[in-house]
Design a protein around this ligand. Sequence first.
Ligand code: CA2
Length: 141
Amino acid sequence: MKITVINGPNLNMLGIREPEIYGHATYADLEAFIRGSAKALGVEADIFQSNYEGALVEHIQQCLGTADAIVINPAAYTHTSVAILDALKAVGLPAVEVHLSDVHSREDFRKISYASLACVETIAGQGFAGYARAMELLLAL
Ligand code: CA2
């Protein structure tokens, strides 16, 4: 099974700022965690990060025919992007939305997720473990 993991804007800043919310681990640590979890589950993981909405949309589109499922943390675009929602709907692959922090216990605007409308599940507040859980869920589908 091939799973594409897509991370949105500012996640490349992990470990550099706001450790009280996102922890001390870096984006490279997150990539290593995802690769390790994928290996343990016996799935192939392709990991992509961008700060640009259009690049995220294009990467979602490229999943058509190249991936079996998507794990996505759209970061701030979660709360604003109809384009990312439409791209997820367009490819029609099973997708799970992941957030490192518990978006439901933060500011009101973080409680709104457009991406969730195209996802089978949302996992929030579990840190890196949320990505492993998302891959596990997709494998079980
Ligand atoms: O909790 C999450 O995973 C989020 O998707 C992270 C986004 C935020 O906008 C969402 O509401 C929830 C932020 C991405 C990471 O931003 C950082 C900023 C500074 C330092 C480290 C990370």
